[in-house]
Design a binder for this molecule. Structure first.
Ligand code: DX5
Ligand code: ZN
Length: 236
């Protein structure tokens, strides 16, 4: 599968995707949250999987994703913040993840991990912690549907955006264009209305938003605000 298929399937006319991070949602009514997002016109949803080792927090596993899969038409964007991700790829693919994102720092044989994700029928993506250089993914770009630039140290929602992520997005965009590729750029951590326009103008295609999205319902209106900010950012 090619990267642009992700775009054609789910990109808004603004050529950007907002992927709300469920970490900031109300887990006691998870199914309703998913329905509300879909009804509000959101195309993607971001699942944060944490194991208490790669990051200090523990969240959810494939069982929960599987339970929700049949009841949701959203594109499931699954961000694995776990050690030894290779051991769990099949479980997440079977659970219904559309895209599986592994951290470059969590696996020694990244090319093998990425190939395995595609073999399992999901779109492969790689996440880079704030300090991890772009060269980690440079040679893998043709195999990747998306690269995730972390703009906080992963583990919790509600943290402050690390400003150098903007330069990293710009540099990655150039790297992708120089190779003639179509890999999407996602940014995750501290994304809100104050930086969304700058990020998309710098080359980000997919913005993850946890607290800035869920703390400001109704979701349709919040989504609209993000879209307007992105449009304004593109204008200049
Ligand atoms: C952080 C997670 C994020 C987090 C984003 O480790 O990967 O997806 O939920 O939340 P905000 O947007 O509040 O920083
Ligand atoms: Zn995330």
């Amino acid at each position: 599968m090619k990267t642009h298929e992700v775009s054609n399937e789910t990109m808004s006319e603004d050529r950007f995707v907002l992927s709300p991070s469920l970490l900031s949602s109300d887990f006691s009514r998870l199914q309703q949250e998913l329905t509300d997002l879909e009804e509000a016109g959101l195309p993607w949803v971001h699942w944060d999987v944490m194991d208490g080792h790669f990051v200090p927090n523990i969240t959810l596993g494939p069982m929960i994703i599987k339970k929700c899969r049949d009841k949701s038409g959203l594109f499931f964007d699954v961000h694995l913040m776990i050690e030894r991700p290779d051991e769990y790829l099949e479980d997440f693919a079977t659970a219904g993840a559309d895209l599986i994102c592994v951290h470059a720092e969590a696996t020694s044989h990244l090319e093998r991990t990425v190939s395995r994700i595609r073999e399992l029928g999901a779109k492969p993506a790689v996440a880079l912690n704030p300090h991890t250089p772009l060269c980690q993914v440079e040679y893998l770009l043709p195999q990747l549907d998306m690269v995730l630039i972390m703009s906080v140290n992963p583990g919790f929602s509600g943290q402050q955006f690390i400003p150098f992520a903007i330069k990293k997005v710009r540099d990655l965009k150039k790297m992708i264009q120089d190779q003639g590729g179509t890999t999407l750029i996602q940014v995750d951590g501290g994304v809100d209305l104050s930086n969304a326009g700058k990020l998309t103008a710098s080359g980000a295609d997919v913005l993850v938003s946890g607290s800035a999205f869920f703390r400001n319902p109704p979701y349709r209106q919040r989504y609209q605000q993000f879209r307007e900010t992105v449009r304004a950012g593109r204008r200049g």
